[in-house]
Design a protein around this ligand. Structure first.
Ligand code: GAP
Length: 434
């Protein structure tokens, strides 16, 4: 069993992640988070928010709607260019992303380049392809009770535009000094041609993005600063092994239409290296386009110098699912069956158990300890099933750092056993000292 299979199996067995609409056989590119998955995901998102927004004075939060005025996507270029090359096998009618069918191709692959490679269809093995056409990945919907072009709208493909359309509101409401950022977390939707690799390429994902507005002359320094800060976040807050993180300077022909410089943060996942997140210099591309589409000025006036200019933007952007899988796969010790999550991210901080379920005096004392810790730490679980070894095994698998056991000595001297997930060491302490 490969490590990714082992993680998918752990996720389902312990209630981290289930296939979307599982009861109906799933729905490609969708995944549902179960009780423990919600807790871990929330811890990741809250830690990100606390690190980038709450603990800083220069980054403001927004929570914009998913369905936006369609002019947003005209202005941003998504209506025209947010597309992947789609190719259909004429023999079995399977549809694929052309650039993913052979090594060395990119999104701009032409029919002639593709033909030369004599690629075989991954489903039926034939080399009988139709022409490549660009497939726009935005999900369409209709707003209000009327179908047709007039009511056409899109589910946002990135949270970034919810930030850009609020730039002027925030400048007017908060008078920020430049450089400043606007952050948003939320759902983004992409009609991926080939969703794949568990939660790495979904049709519905959760993004955490910051648009950092800077003076055009300072973008290079600010870019380096955000790159360093992102590394610190990944290492110190997410607990990632930085040997698995690789910065890749994205070549011009592979960059998104809006970017003049992009660094991809690649992560060594169990199935190989994949993009975890990106840091992009978006220039004044978005604000200029909004200015053009809305007819409203996007100028920022510097309070100190009086200079007016349209700010340039640097964007750290990460998908929660990709960060979730990086954290989970990095923490998962498959051989020992232990999930070594950093304490700040673990769903539960403590598990409390009476040594024996059928001894009322142990159960009563354990309930007192449970209440004490629950009031103090909230994220505390109770387990009195099976024997103590089985309980440890289960808590190891879900990443609980400490198991507390109430035994007969507790009744004598008030101390409890504290068993450490990573070392299996056991010590005795008074519950009040935890
Ligand atoms: N606003 C810029 C933007 O959306 P992107 O590189 O297309 O740029 C940013 O996406 C991040 O969002 C990616 O690095 C990845 O972490 C996440 N992401 C994008 N598409 C995804 C998908 N289909 N499934 C899961 N995560 C995705």
């Amino acid at each position: 069993m490969s490590n990714l299979d082992s993680i998918v199996s752990l996720c389902k067995r312990r209630g981290f992640i289930f296939p979307g609409s599982d009861i109906y056989g799933g729905f490609a590119g969708t995944w549902d988070f179960g009780p423990l998955g919600v807790m871990l995901k929330k811890n990741i998102m809250d830690t990100w928010w606390s690190y980038w927004v709450d603990k800083r004075d220069d980054i403001y939060g927004v929570d914009a709607d998913i369905i936006m005025n369609p002019r947003t996507w005209l202005a941003s270029g998504h209506t025209a260019t947010f597309a992947d090359p789609l190719i259909e096998c004429k023999a079995c009618h399977g549809r694929f992303r052309a650039d993913k069918l052979a090594k060395g191709l990119n999104e701009h692959v032409t029919d002639a380049e593709f033909e030369q490679l004599h690629v075989k269809c991954p489903t039926c093995g034939m080399d009988a392809w139709g022409p490549i056409r660009m497939f726009n990945m935005m999900f369409k919907t209709h707003v209000g009770p009327v179908d047709g072009d007039e009511s056409l709208a899109y589910l946002r493909p990135e949270t970034a535009q919810g930030i850009f359309v609020n730039y002027k509101n925030i400048v007017d409401a908060c008078y920020p000094d430049i450089p400043f950022g606007i952050a948003q977390q939320g759902k983004a939707f992409r009609n991926e041609i080939s969703p794949r690799d568990f939660i790495l390429r979904d049709r519905e994902c959760t993004q955490m993005e910051i648009e950092y507005f800077v003076h055009p002359d300072t973008w290079e320094t600010e870019f380096e600063e955000l790159l360093k800060e992102t590394d610190t976040f990944l290492e110190k807050e997410m607990g990632l092994d930085m040997n698995k993180v690789n910065h890749v300077e994205v070549a011009e022909e592979d960059r998104a239409h809006y970017s003049k410089r992009t660094v991809d943060f690649m992560f060594n996942y169990p199935n190989g290296e994949e993009e975890l997140m990106g840091l992009a210099y978006r220039t004044d591309f978005d604000l200029r386009n909004i200015e053009h589409e809305s007819g409203k000025s996007m100028d920022y006036r510097d309070k100190m110098t009086g200079e007016s200019f349209v700010p340039h933007v640097i964007e750290p952007s990460v998908g929660v699912e990709r960060l979730f899988l990086a954290v989970l796969s990095d923490a998962w010790d498959e051989e020992k069956g232990v999930l070594r999550l950093p304490e700040n991210l673990a769903p539960y901080k403590f598990c409390v158990s009476p040594l024996l379920k059928n001894k009322p005096e142990l159960v009563k004392k354990a309930e007192e300890v449970y209440k004490l810790l629950k009031d103090k730490y909230t994220f505390v679980t109770w387990d009195d099933s099976g024997n103590i070894g089985k309980r440890y095994k289960k808590q190891d698998e879900i990443g609980t750092p400490k198991c507390i056991v109430i035994d007969f000595d507790t009744l004598e001297d008030g101390t409890v056993t504290v068993r450490d997930r990573d070392t299996s060491e056991q010590i005795r302490v008074k519950p009040e000292d935890l």
